[in-house]
Design a protein. Sequence first.
Length: 252
Amino acid sequence: MSPDTPPTEPPPARPRRRVLRTVGLIAVAAVLGLVGGTAVGYRVQADREPVALPPLNQPGLAYPAKPLPKGQEPEALSAKEDRQLKTEGDLRKLLLPRPAGARAAEEDGWQSLVEYANDFTRPDAALDFQLEQGFRRAAVRTWQSGEHRWVKIELTQYRSNSGMGAYEHVRMQQGIAMSEGKSGSIGEPVKGSGNGRYFVYPVDRRAGYLDDYDARAFIQRGDIAITVIISDTRKISGDEIRSLAERQLGRL
């Protein structure tokens, strides 16, 4: 091509107006089709004879339509029967008393969340878990009897009325107790509880130390998690931890 030859101009771009217009027409047609179909549907429904709906299958109301006459109202639950009334009071009064001849140990009474978490192997993780589950308050009692026997009972209450906080706490502690590093068994059920179980751990022997025997029970009762621990240098029977757990459960 000669330098004097003017450069060939590129062909003009094809206008997109027609494409956009086509797309617009399709969209409008789709909308009109929907509107038209809806209108036809309403018209067909309007021309039909009304059909009576079937009666609702609803049982009668559980409460009377009108208040019962004076003197015929059901009796209020007694303090013994009203479980919530019990657990809304002073939890310390629901702890088993120390047996005769037992010596009070270092923990007895209310326990703050920080103090409670510090009793676990991993306090930071325990603190986070308790906050997530809605920790409300905890009461604890410990005592010593004989030469080396140590007993601890905890009542831990959670804010959730559904009891999920207590359930999660008990479920986790039972899972740890079932591990090979602890009892290595599924434990035994606590009579009178829905999901409570007790565990007797194998002896822990270490050179230079007395034998260490451990037994634990974890029970949920509503929004309260019950923990019972027995530690001794002598063998602990299943009946001992079971009896203690059942008696503590009975107080709730």
